[in-house]
Design a protein around this ligand. Structure first.
Ligand SMILES: [Zn+2]
Length: 106
């Protein structure tokens, strides 16, 4: 019923995948944007991204949460909260999107 691409072969960077009613997928990744960490050591991805392969809808969820807005140090990194928000968006979108992904993946 579904193509092998949507069910068996996931791109390497996809961390979660939702099947839409139009048989496309909504893929969660850790995005493509990097920023230096607050302590200046290394770099980290700061978004969980949900992207629909059918209609191209995309939504980013920041890993940073503002606790109080007094200084630049009042943010905490919460990847799980961003992942949860991305999953909820993906689930809702997958339940209503009827766009189909192109068979050739372009
Ligand atoms: Zn869609």
């Amino acid at each position: 019923m579904f193509s092998q691409n949507t069910t068996n072969t996931w791109p390497k960077d996809v961390v979660a995948r939702y099947l839409t009613v139009g048989t496309a997928t909504v893929d969660l990744t850790y995005g493509s944007r990097y920023y230096a960490t607050d302590n200046g050591i290394g770099e980290t991805r700061n978004h969980t991204t949900s992207c629909c392969t059918g209609c191209g809808a995309i939504q980013e969820f920041s890993h940073w949460r503002v606790i109080q807005r007094f200084t630049f140090d009042d943010k905490v990194r919460d990847v799980e909260a961003a992942d949860q928000a991305a999953r909820e968006w993906a689930q809702e979108h997958a339940g209503m999107c009827r766009a189909m992904a192109r068979p050739d993946g372009i």
